[in-house]
Write a protein that binds this ligand. Structure first.
Ligand code: NAD
Length: 487
Protein backbone atom coordinates (compact mmCIF):
# COMPACT_ATOMS: atom_id res chain seq x y z
CA UNK A 1 0.00 0.00 0.00
CA UNK A 2 1.35 3.40 -0.92
CA UNK A 3 1.57 5.94 1.86
CA UNK A 4 -0.01 9.33 1.40
CA UNK A 5 2.95 11.67 1.01
CA UNK A 6 2.13 14.43 3.44
CA UNK A 7 4.73 17.09 3.99
CA UNK A 8 4.57 19.15 7.17
CA UNK A 9 2.58 21.95 5.65
CA UNK A 10 0.60 24.65 7.34
CA UNK A 11 -2.96 23.98 6.38
CA UNK A 12 -5.33 26.72 5.30
CA UNK A 13 -8.97 27.56 5.64
CA UNK A 14 -11.25 27.14 2.64
CA UNK A 15 -13.42 30.19 2.14
CA UNK A 16 -15.23 31.30 -1.01
CA UNK A 17 -13.59 28.54 -3.03
CA UNK A 18 -10.05 29.72 -2.16
CA UNK A 19 -7.39 28.56 0.29
CA UNK A 20 -7.00 31.38 2.80
CA UNK A 21 -4.38 31.75 5.51
CA UNK A 22 -5.86 32.20 8.98
CA UNK A 23 -5.30 35.51 10.79
CA UNK A 24 -4.14 33.60 13.87
CA UNK A 25 -0.69 33.35 15.42
CA UNK A 26 -1.59 30.06 17.08
CA UNK A 27 -0.99 26.70 15.38
CA UNK A 28 -1.23 23.12 16.64
CA UNK A 29 0.71 20.09 15.43
CA UNK A 30 -1.31 17.41 13.66
CA UNK A 31 0.30 14.19 14.83
CA UNK A 32 0.36 10.73 13.30
CA UNK A 33 -0.97 8.69 16.27
CA UNK A 34 1.11 5.64 15.29
CA UNK A 35 4.46 7.44 15.30
CA UNK A 36 3.93 10.76 17.05
CA UNK A 37 5.39 12.50 13.97
CA UNK A 38 4.04 15.91 13.08
CA UNK A 39 2.35 15.66 9.68
CA UNK A 40 0.89 19.19 9.44
CA UNK A 41 0.19 22.36 11.36
CA UNK A 42 -3.40 23.42 11.87
CA UNK A 43 -4.41 27.04 12.50
CA UNK A 44 -6.45 27.79 15.61
CA UNK A 45 -8.53 30.33 13.71
CA UNK A 46 -9.97 33.51 15.17
CA UNK A 47 -13.30 35.33 15.25
CA UNK A 48 -12.01 37.39 12.31
CA UNK A 49 -11.69 34.21 10.25
CA UNK A 50 -15.19 33.13 11.26
CA UNK A 51 -16.63 36.55 10.36
CA UNK A 52 -15.09 36.38 6.89
CA UNK A 53 -16.44 32.87 6.25
CA UNK A 54 -19.91 33.85 7.49
CA UNK A 55 -19.98 36.88 5.20
CA UNK A 56 -18.94 34.81 2.18
CA UNK A 57 -21.32 31.88 2.89
CA UNK A 58 -24.21 34.24 3.60
CA UNK A 59 -23.68 36.00 0.24
CA UNK A 60 -23.37 32.65 -1.59
CA UNK A 61 -26.69 31.51 -0.12
CA UNK A 62 -28.70 34.06 -2.10
CA UNK A 63 -27.61 32.49 -5.41
CA UNK A 64 -27.33 28.86 -4.30
CA UNK A 65 -30.90 28.64 -3.01
CA UNK A 66 -32.14 29.61 -6.50
CA UNK A 67 -30.16 26.88 -8.31
CA UNK A 68 -32.71 24.26 -9.46
CA UNK A 69 -32.72 21.28 -7.11
CA UNK A 70 -31.87 18.69 -9.82
CA UNK A 71 -28.89 20.85 -10.83
CA UNK A 72 -27.66 20.87 -7.22
CA UNK A 73 -28.12 17.10 -7.13
CA UNK A 74 -26.10 16.67 -10.34
CA UNK A 75 -23.09 18.33 -8.69
CA UNK A 76 -23.40 15.77 -5.91
CA UNK A 77 -23.57 12.93 -8.47
CA UNK A 78 -20.26 14.19 -9.84
CA UNK A 79 -18.91 14.47 -6.28
CA UNK A 80 -20.02 10.90 -5.55
CA UNK A 81 -17.99 9.72 -8.54
CA UNK A 82 -14.92 11.71 -7.46
CA UNK A 83 -15.10 10.33 -3.93
CA UNK A 84 -15.42 6.81 -5.33
CA UNK A 85 -12.45 7.37 -7.66
CA UNK A 86 -10.40 8.60 -4.68
CA UNK A 87 -11.70 6.04 -2.17
CA UNK A 88 -8.30 4.47 -1.43
CA UNK A 89 -6.47 7.79 -1.14
CA UNK A 90 -9.14 9.14 1.24
CA UNK A 91 -8.90 5.99 3.38
CA UNK A 92 -5.10 6.31 3.60
CA UNK A 93 -5.48 9.90 4.72
CA UNK A 94 -7.98 8.89 7.43
CA UNK A 95 -5.53 6.25 8.70
CA UNK A 96 -2.64 8.69 8.64
CA UNK A 97 -4.29 11.40 10.72
CA UNK A 98 -6.65 9.30 12.86
CA UNK A 99 -4.63 6.10 13.27
CA UNK A 100 -7.48 3.62 12.63
CA UNK A 101 -6.74 0.61 10.40
CA UNK A 102 -6.86 1.06 6.64
CA UNK A 103 -9.71 -1.49 6.47
CA UNK A 104 -11.76 0.54 8.97
CA UNK A 105 -10.88 3.76 7.20
CA UNK A 106 -11.98 2.26 3.88
CA UNK A 107 -15.31 1.34 5.47
CA UNK A 108 -15.66 4.82 6.94
CA UNK A 109 -15.11 6.43 3.53
CA UNK A 110 -17.81 4.16 2.09
CA UNK A 111 -20.23 5.27 4.85
CA UNK A 112 -19.48 8.88 3.88
CA UNK A 113 -20.02 8.21 0.18
CA UNK A 114 -23.41 6.70 1.03
CA UNK A 115 -24.43 10.01 2.62
CA UNK A 116 -23.66 11.75 -0.68
CA UNK A 117 -25.65 9.04 -2.48
CA UNK A 118 -28.63 9.78 -0.24
CA UNK A 119 -28.30 13.53 -0.80
CA UNK A 120 -28.44 13.09 -4.59
CA UNK A 121 -32.11 12.23 -4.03
CA UNK A 122 -32.81 15.86 -3.08
CA UNK A 123 -35.40 16.44 -5.86
CA UNK A 124 -37.60 13.73 -4.33
CA UNK A 125 -36.57 14.29 -0.71
CA UNK A 126 -37.39 18.00 -0.82
CA UNK A 127 -40.88 17.54 -2.24
CA UNK A 128 -43.68 19.10 -0.26
CA UNK A 129 -47.25 17.89 0.04
CA UNK A 130 -50.73 19.06 -0.84
CA UNK A 131 -54.40 18.36 -0.37
CA UNK A 132 -57.21 19.54 -2.60
CA UNK A 133 -60.51 20.62 -0.96
CA UNK A 134 -59.30 20.68 2.63
CA UNK A 135 -62.34 22.91 3.10
CA UNK A 136 -64.95 24.04 0.59
CA UNK A 137 -63.03 25.45 -2.42
CA UNK A 138 -59.85 25.57 -0.39
CA UNK A 139 -56.58 23.77 -1.17
CA UNK A 140 -53.54 23.42 1.05
CA UNK A 141 -49.95 22.77 0.10
CA UNK A 142 -46.49 23.08 1.57
CA UNK A 143 -43.08 23.66 0.03
CA UNK A 144 -39.67 23.00 1.56
CA UNK A 145 -37.02 25.73 1.56
CA UNK A 146 -33.41 25.78 2.75
CA UNK A 147 -32.86 27.56 6.05
CA UNK A 148 -29.75 29.55 5.06
CA UNK A 149 -26.18 29.38 6.25
CA UNK A 150 -25.61 26.35 8.50
CA UNK A 151 -22.54 25.05 10.33
CA UNK A 152 -21.09 21.67 11.26
CA UNK A 153 -18.63 20.88 14.07
CA UNK A 154 -17.05 17.43 13.96
CA UNK A 155 -14.96 15.13 16.21
CA UNK A 156 -11.61 13.41 15.57
CA UNK A 157 -12.86 9.84 15.35
CA UNK A 158 -14.63 9.93 11.95
CA UNK A 159 -12.96 12.67 9.87
CA UNK A 160 -14.81 11.55 6.71
CA UNK A 161 -18.11 10.05 7.81
CA UNK A 162 -19.24 12.65 10.34
CA UNK A 163 -18.83 15.73 8.09
CA UNK A 164 -20.63 13.68 5.41
CA UNK A 165 -23.58 13.24 7.81
CA UNK A 166 -23.94 17.01 7.55
CA UNK A 167 -22.87 18.95 4.46
CA UNK A 168 -24.12 16.79 1.54
CA UNK A 169 -27.78 16.97 2.64
CA UNK A 170 -27.40 20.58 3.78
CA UNK A 171 -26.08 21.81 0.43
CA UNK A 172 -28.36 19.54 -1.61
CA UNK A 173 -31.27 21.25 0.15
CA UNK A 174 -29.92 24.67 -0.90
CA UNK A 175 -28.11 25.80 2.25
CA UNK A 176 -24.54 27.05 2.41
CA UNK A 177 -22.17 25.45 4.90
CA UNK A 178 -19.22 26.16 7.19
CA UNK A 179 -17.37 23.13 8.57
CA UNK A 180 -15.20 23.26 11.69
CA UNK A 181 -13.36 19.91 11.64
CA UNK A 182 -11.58 18.47 14.67
CA UNK A 183 -8.23 20.22 15.08
CA UNK A 184 -6.74 16.76 15.67
CA UNK A 185 -7.85 15.42 12.25
CA UNK A 186 -8.19 18.40 9.89
CA UNK A 187 -6.57 17.05 6.71
CA UNK A 188 -9.33 14.89 5.30
CA UNK A 189 -11.77 17.83 5.38
CA UNK A 190 -9.52 19.83 3.07
CA UNK A 191 -9.44 16.97 0.57
CA UNK A 192 -13.27 16.87 0.70
CA UNK A 193 -13.28 20.58 -0.17
CA UNK A 194 -10.88 20.12 -3.10
CA UNK A 195 -13.11 17.42 -4.56
CA UNK A 196 -16.24 19.56 -4.07
CA UNK A 197 -14.59 22.32 -6.08
CA UNK A 198 -13.62 19.80 -8.77
CA UNK A 199 -17.25 18.60 -8.87
CA UNK A 200 -18.29 22.13 -9.79
CA UNK A 201 -19.76 23.40 -6.52
CA UNK A 202 -20.01 27.20 -6.73
CA UNK A 203 -17.58 29.14 -4.53
CA UNK A 204 -18.82 30.02 -1.04
CA UNK A 205 -21.35 27.16 -0.78
CA UNK A 206 -18.97 24.99 1.26
CA UNK A 207 -16.33 26.53 3.53
CA UNK A 208 -13.92 25.30 6.20
CA UNK A 209 -12.63 27.24 9.19
CA UNK A 210 -10.09 25.22 11.15
CA UNK A 211 -9.57 25.68 14.86
CA UNK A 212 -11.07 25.00 18.25
CA UNK A 213 -13.30 26.75 20.84
CA UNK A 214 -13.14 30.23 19.33
CA UNK A 215 -14.43 29.04 15.98
CA UNK A 216 -17.24 27.09 17.66
CA UNK A 217 -18.22 30.10 19.79
CA UNK A 218 -17.96 32.41 16.79
CA UNK A 219 -20.38 30.22 14.84
CA UNK A 220 -22.77 30.03 17.80
CA UNK A 221 -22.72 33.81 18.24
CA UNK A 222 -23.45 34.73 14.63
CA UNK A 223 -27.12 35.48 13.93
CA UNK A 224 -26.61 34.57 10.27
CA UNK A 225 -25.79 30.96 11.21
CA UNK A 226 -29.25 29.40 11.29
CA UNK A 227 -28.45 25.86 12.40
CA UNK A 228 -25.63 23.91 13.99
CA UNK A 229 -24.90 20.20 13.67
CA UNK A 230 -22.48 19.06 16.35
CA UNK A 231 -20.88 15.67 16.99
CA UNK A 232 -18.49 15.16 19.90
CA UNK A 233 -18.25 14.46 23.61
CA UNK A 234 -21.17 14.79 26.02
CA UNK A 235 -20.13 17.97 27.89
CA UNK A 236 -19.34 19.88 24.69
CA UNK A 237 -22.53 18.62 23.01
CA UNK A 238 -24.57 19.90 25.97
CA UNK A 239 -22.77 23.24 25.86
CA UNK A 240 -23.25 23.68 22.11
CA UNK A 241 -26.90 22.58 22.31
CA UNK A 242 -27.75 25.00 25.12
CA UNK A 243 -25.83 28.01 23.87
CA UNK A 244 -26.84 27.69 20.20
CA UNK A 245 -30.51 27.05 21.12
CA UNK A 246 -30.42 30.13 23.38
CA UNK A 247 -29.41 32.07 20.27
CA UNK A 248 -32.52 30.77 18.48
CA UNK A 249 -30.73 28.27 16.26
CA UNK A 250 -31.75 24.78 15.28
CA UNK A 251 -29.34 22.35 16.89
CA UNK A 252 -28.64 18.65 16.66
CA UNK A 253 -25.86 17.64 19.06
CA UNK A 254 -24.70 14.02 19.01
CA UNK A 255 -22.75 13.05 22.10
CA UNK A 256 -20.92 10.29 23.95
CA UNK A 257 -21.92 6.71 24.63
CA UNK A 258 -21.58 3.57 26.72
CA UNK A 259 -22.69 0.70 24.50
CA UNK A 260 -23.63 -2.65 26.05
CA UNK A 261 -23.52 -6.02 24.32
CA UNK A 262 -25.73 -8.61 26.04
CA UNK A 263 -24.57 -12.19 25.53
CA UNK A 264 -27.37 -14.68 26.19
CA UNK A 265 -26.66 -18.34 27.00
CA UNK A 266 -28.11 -19.40 23.62
CA UNK A 267 -25.91 -16.97 21.64
CA UNK A 268 -23.74 -18.24 18.80
CA UNK A 269 -20.53 -17.93 20.76
CA UNK A 270 -18.18 -17.61 17.79
CA UNK A 271 -20.22 -14.77 16.25
CA UNK A 272 -20.54 -12.97 19.57
CA UNK A 273 -16.80 -13.20 20.29
CA UNK A 274 -15.70 -11.99 16.86
CA UNK A 275 -18.22 -9.13 16.83
CA UNK A 276 -17.36 -7.99 20.34
CA UNK A 277 -13.62 -8.08 19.63
CA UNK A 278 -13.99 -5.96 16.53
CA UNK A 279 -16.49 -3.59 18.17
CA UNK A 280 -14.43 -3.13 21.36
CA UNK A 281 -10.91 -3.02 20.01
CA UNK A 282 -11.35 -1.74 16.43
CA UNK A 283 -10.27 1.94 16.22
CA UNK A 284 -8.86 1.43 19.76
CA UNK A 285 -12.40 1.68 21.15
CA UNK A 286 -12.67 5.25 19.87
CA UNK A 287 -16.05 4.86 18.18
CA UNK A 288 -19.32 6.24 19.51
CA UNK A 289 -20.80 2.82 18.65
CA UNK A 290 -17.95 0.82 20.21
CA UNK A 291 -18.87 -1.95 22.60
CA UNK A 292 -17.49 -0.87 25.97
CA UNK A 293 -19.51 -3.13 28.30
CA UNK A 294 -20.51 -6.78 27.93
CA UNK A 295 -23.42 -8.06 29.98
CA UNK A 296 -22.78 -11.79 30.28
CA UNK A 297 -26.02 -13.61 31.13
CA UNK A 298 -26.39 -16.87 33.02
CA UNK A 299 -24.09 -19.61 34.18
CA UNK A 300 -22.40 -19.97 30.79
CA UNK A 301 -20.73 -16.57 31.34
CA UNK A 302 -17.51 -18.17 32.66
CA UNK A 303 -17.11 -20.42 29.62
CA UNK A 304 -17.90 -17.49 27.33
CA UNK A 305 -15.29 -15.27 28.98
CA UNK A 306 -12.62 -17.95 28.86
CA UNK A 307 -13.15 -18.42 25.11
CA UNK A 308 -13.35 -14.64 24.64
CA UNK A 309 -10.07 -13.94 26.41
CA UNK A 310 -8.38 -16.69 24.40
CA UNK A 311 -9.37 -14.90 21.16
CA UNK A 312 -8.51 -11.43 22.53
CA UNK A 313 -4.96 -12.65 23.16
CA UNK A 314 -4.65 -13.08 19.37
CA UNK A 315 -5.66 -9.49 18.53
CA UNK A 316 -2.96 -7.90 16.35
CA UNK A 317 -1.91 -4.44 17.45
CA UNK A 318 0.05 -1.94 15.34
CA UNK A 319 0.15 0.86 12.79
CA UNK A 320 -3.17 1.00 10.91
CA UNK A 321 -1.33 0.95 7.59
CA UNK A 322 -0.06 -2.60 8.30
CA UNK A 323 -2.15 -5.54 7.12
CA UNK A 324 -4.48 -7.44 9.48
CA UNK A 325 -4.10 -4.96 12.33
CA UNK A 326 -7.18 -4.65 14.57
CA UNK A 327 -5.98 -2.59 17.53
CA UNK A 328 -4.52 0.72 16.41
CA UNK A 329 -3.16 3.64 18.47
CA UNK A 330 -5.27 6.06 20.42
CA UNK A 331 -5.46 9.57 19.02
CA UNK A 332 -3.14 11.38 21.48
CA UNK A 333 -0.85 10.70 24.43
CA UNK A 334 -3.30 12.41 26.82
CA UNK A 335 -6.11 10.07 25.72
CA UNK A 336 -3.89 7.10 26.52
CA UNK A 337 -3.01 8.59 29.93
CA UNK A 338 -6.72 9.06 30.67
CA UNK A 339 -7.35 5.39 29.73
CA UNK A 340 -4.50 4.25 32.00
CA UNK A 341 -6.05 6.24 34.85
CA UNK A 342 -9.31 4.32 34.30
CA UNK A 343 -7.43 1.02 34.60
CA UNK A 344 -6.17 2.22 37.99
CA UNK A 345 -9.69 3.29 38.95
CA UNK A 346 -11.19 -0.06 37.91
CA UNK A 347 -8.66 -1.91 40.10
CA UNK A 348 -9.30 0.48 43.01
CA UNK A 349 -13.07 -0.01 42.65
CA UNK A 350 -12.65 -3.77 43.04
CA UNK A 351 -13.16 -5.04 39.48
CA UNK A 352 -11.09 -8.05 38.39
CA UNK A 353 -8.48 -7.19 35.74
CA UNK A 354 -8.89 -10.25 33.53
CA UNK A 355 -6.56 -8.98 30.82
CA UNK A 356 -4.09 -6.14 31.35
CA UNK A 357 -3.40 -4.30 28.08
CA UNK A 358 -0.63 -2.29 29.73
CA UNK A 359 1.74 -5.24 29.32
CA UNK A 360 1.45 -5.00 25.52
CA UNK A 361 2.70 -1.40 25.52
CA UNK A 362 6.33 -2.46 25.91
CA UNK A 363 6.35 -3.69 22.28
CA UNK A 364 5.88 -0.11 21.06
CA UNK A 365 8.55 2.54 21.46
CA UNK A 366 6.38 5.16 19.77
CA UNK A 367 2.67 5.82 19.21
CA UNK A 368 -0.24 5.87 21.67
CA UNK A 369 -0.75 2.13 21.99
CA UNK A 370 -2.66 0.36 24.76
CA UNK A 371 -3.33 -3.38 24.52
CA UNK A 372 -6.77 -4.99 24.79
CA UNK A 373 -7.94 -4.74 28.37
CA UNK A 374 -10.77 -6.66 30.07
CA UNK A 375 -12.30 -6.06 33.49
CA UNK A 376 -14.58 -8.77 34.90
CA UNK A 377 -17.05 -8.60 37.82
CA UNK A 378 -17.74 -4.93 37.15
CA UNK A 379 -20.82 -3.51 38.87
CA UNK A 380 -23.09 -0.88 37.27
CA UNK A 381 -22.07 1.87 39.69
CA UNK A 382 -18.31 1.63 39.11
CA UNK A 383 -16.87 4.48 37.05
CA UNK A 384 -15.56 1.98 34.46
CA UNK A 385 -19.20 0.89 33.94
CA UNK A 386 -20.66 4.39 33.81
CA UNK A 387 -18.17 6.62 32.01
CA UNK A 388 -17.29 6.74 28.35
CA UNK A 389 -13.57 5.84 28.45
CA UNK A 390 -13.12 5.80 24.65
CA UNK A 391 -10.27 3.29 24.78
CA UNK A 392 -9.68 -0.45 24.26
CA UNK A 393 -11.00 -1.25 27.73
CA UNK A 394 -13.97 -3.60 28.19
CA UNK A 395 -16.09 -3.89 31.35
CA UNK A 396 -17.87 -7.22 31.88
CA UNK A 397 -20.96 -7.14 34.08
CA UNK A 398 -22.71 -10.36 35.11
CA UNK A 399 -26.52 -10.79 35.01
CA UNK A 400 -28.81 -13.70 35.86
CA UNK A 401 -31.35 -13.14 33.10
CA UNK A 402 -32.41 -10.80 30.30
CA UNK A 403 -34.58 -8.69 32.58
CA UNK A 404 -31.58 -7.96 34.81
CA UNK A 405 -29.37 -7.34 31.76
CA UNK A 406 -31.84 -4.76 30.43
CA UNK A 407 -31.92 -3.01 33.81
CA UNK A 408 -28.13 -2.69 33.57
CA UNK A 409 -28.33 -1.30 30.03
CA UNK A 410 -31.05 1.20 30.98
CA UNK A 411 -29.18 2.29 34.13
CA UNK A 412 -26.71 4.11 31.86
CA UNK A 413 -27.22 7.83 31.34
CA UNK A 414 -26.22 7.25 27.70
CA UNK A 415 -28.46 5.68 25.08
CA UNK A 416 -26.56 5.41 21.84
CA UNK A 417 -26.65 1.70 21.06
CA UNK A 418 -26.90 -1.83 22.46
CA UNK A 419 -26.59 -5.28 20.95
CA UNK A 420 -28.17 -8.60 21.90
CA UNK A 421 -26.65 -11.96 20.96
CA UNK A 422 -29.31 -14.65 20.94
CA UNK A 423 -31.30 -17.05 18.76
CA UNK A 424 -34.55 -16.40 20.60
CA UNK A 425 -37.21 -14.28 18.87
CA UNK A 426 -38.90 -13.79 22.24
CA UNK A 427 -35.71 -12.35 23.74
CA UNK A 428 -35.24 -10.10 20.72
CA UNK A 429 -38.77 -8.74 21.10
CA UNK A 430 -38.26 -8.03 24.79
CA UNK A 431 -34.95 -6.32 23.97
CA UNK A 432 -36.56 -4.19 21.25
CA UNK A 433 -39.45 -3.13 23.49
CA UNK A 434 -37.52 -2.45 26.71
CA UNK A 435 -33.99 -1.32 25.83
CA UNK A 436 -33.58 2.45 25.98
CA UNK A 437 -30.73 3.08 23.49
CA UNK A 438 -31.97 4.47 20.18
CA UNK A 439 -29.93 2.10 17.98
CA UNK A 440 -30.18 -1.64 18.62
CA UNK A 441 -28.33 -4.56 17.11
CA UNK A 442 -29.23 -8.23 17.05
CA UNK A 443 -26.16 -10.42 16.53
CA UNK A 444 -24.47 -7.34 14.98
CA UNK A 445 -21.28 -5.80 16.39
CA UNK A 446 -21.73 -2.18 15.32
CA UNK A 447 -25.43 -1.44 14.70
CA UNK A 448 -24.80 1.90 13.01
CA UNK A 449 -27.64 2.78 10.64
CA UNK A 450 -26.77 3.57 7.03
CA UNK A 451 -27.27 7.07 5.61
CA UNK A 452 -30.84 6.35 4.53
CA UNK A 453 -32.00 6.09 8.16
CA UNK A 454 -31.56 8.54 11.05
CA UNK A 455 -28.64 8.05 13.43
CA UNK A 456 -30.81 7.81 16.49
CA UNK A 457 -29.06 8.09 19.86
CA UNK A 458 -31.28 8.62 22.93
CA UNK A 459 -30.79 10.09 26.43
CA UNK A 460 -27.45 11.86 27.00
CA UNK A 461 -26.10 10.53 23.71
CA UNK A 462 -28.17 13.09 21.81
CA UNK A 463 -29.38 16.63 22.44
CA UNK A 464 -31.98 17.87 20.02
CA UNK A 465 -34.97 16.62 18.10
CA UNK A 466 -34.19 15.82 14.46
CA UNK A 467 -31.26 13.41 14.06
CA UNK A 468 -28.63 13.36 11.33
CA UNK A 469 -29.21 11.40 8.09
CA UNK A 470 -32.31 10.04 6.43
CA UNK A 471 -35.53 12.04 6.34
CA UNK A 472 -34.60 13.63 9.69
CA UNK A 473 -31.58 15.19 8.00
CA UNK A 474 -33.73 16.68 5.25
CA UNK A 475 -36.22 18.04 7.80
CA UNK A 476 -33.38 19.53 9.87
CA UNK A 477 -31.93 21.46 6.93
CA UNK A 478 -35.24 22.70 5.48
CA UNK A 479 -38.22 24.73 6.61
CA UNK A 480 -41.77 24.40 5.40
CA UNK A 481 -44.03 27.06 3.96
CA UNK A 482 -47.79 26.43 3.95
CA UNK A 483 -50.12 27.93 1.36
CA UNK A 484 -53.88 27.85 1.81
CA UNK A 485 -55.74 29.03 -1.31
CA UNK A 486 -59.28 29.70 -2.46
CA UNK A 487 -60.04 30.47 -6.11
P1 NAD B 1 -14.75 16.72 21.52
O1 NAD B 1 -16.03 17.02 22.19
O2 NAD B 1 -13.48 16.90 22.25
O3 NAD B 1 -14.61 17.62 20.19
C1 NAD B 1 -15.65 17.69 19.23
C2 NAD B 1 -15.59 19.06 18.55
O4 NAD B 1 -15.87 20.07 19.52
C3 NAD B 1 -14.22 19.38 17.97
O5 NAD B 1 -14.39 19.99 16.72
C4 NAD B 1 -13.59 20.31 19.00
O6 NAD B 1 -12.71 21.25 18.43
C5 NAD B 1 -14.80 21.02 19.59
N1 NAD B 1 -14.63 21.35 21.02
C6 NAD B 1 -13.99 20.62 21.96
N2 NAD B 1 -14.08 21.22 23.17
C7 NAD B 1 -14.79 22.35 22.98
C8 NAD B 1 -15.24 23.39 23.86
N3 NAD B 1 -14.96 23.37 25.15
N4 NAD B 1 -15.95 24.41 23.32
C9 NAD B 1 -16.25 24.44 22.01
N5 NAD B 1 -15.85 23.48 21.14
C10 NAD B 1 -15.14 22.44 21.61
O7 NAD B 1 -14.88 15.22 20.94
P2 NAD B 1 -13.74 14.32 20.29
O8 NAD B 1 -12.80 13.87 21.35
O9 NAD B 1 -13.19 14.97 19.07
O10 NAD B 1 -14.61 13.08 19.78
C11 NAD B 1 -14.95 11.98 20.59
C12 NAD B 1 -16.33 12.12 21.18
O11 NAD B 1 -17.30 12.27 20.14
C13 NAD B 1 -16.75 10.89 21.97
O12 NAD B 1 -17.42 11.31 23.12
C14 NAD B 1 -17.71 10.18 21.01
O13 NAD B 1 -18.65 9.35 21.64
C15 NAD B 1 -18.36 11.34 20.36
N6 NAD B 1 -18.98 10.94 19.10
C16 NAD B 1 -20.32 10.77 19.09
C17 NAD B 1 -20.94 10.35 17.93
C18 NAD B 1 -22.42 10.11 17.91
O14 NAD B 1 -22.95 9.85 16.84
N7 NAD B 1 -23.12 10.18 19.03
C19 NAD B 1 -20.18 10.11 16.77
C20 NAD B 1 -18.80 10.32 16.82
C21 NAD B 1 -18.20 10.74 18.00
Amino acid sequence: MSLVQQNVTTIKNFVGGSWIESTTNEYQDVLDPATGNCIAKVPISTFVDVNKAVEVAETAFHNWKKVPVPKRARILFKYHQLLTDNHEQLAELVTKENGKSYKEAFGEVLRGIECVEFATGAPSLMMGDNLSTIATDIDSQFFRYPIGLVAGISPFNFPMMVPCWMFPIAIACGNTFILKPSERTPLLANRLAELLKEAGLPDGVFNIVHGAHDVVNGLIDHDQVKAISFVGSEPVAQYVYKSAAAKGKRVQALAGAKNHHIVMPDADRKTAIQNIISSTYGSAGQRCMACSAVVAVGESADAFLEAFKHEVDKVKMGNGLNDDVILTPMIREENKKRALAYIDKGIAEGAVLLRDGRKDMKHFSEGNFLGPTIFDHVTPDMSIAKDEIFAPILSVIRADNLHEALEIVNHSRFGNSATLYTDSAKAVRQFREEAEPGMLGVNVGVPAPMAFFPFSGWKNSFFGDLHVNGKDGVAFYTRKKMITSRF
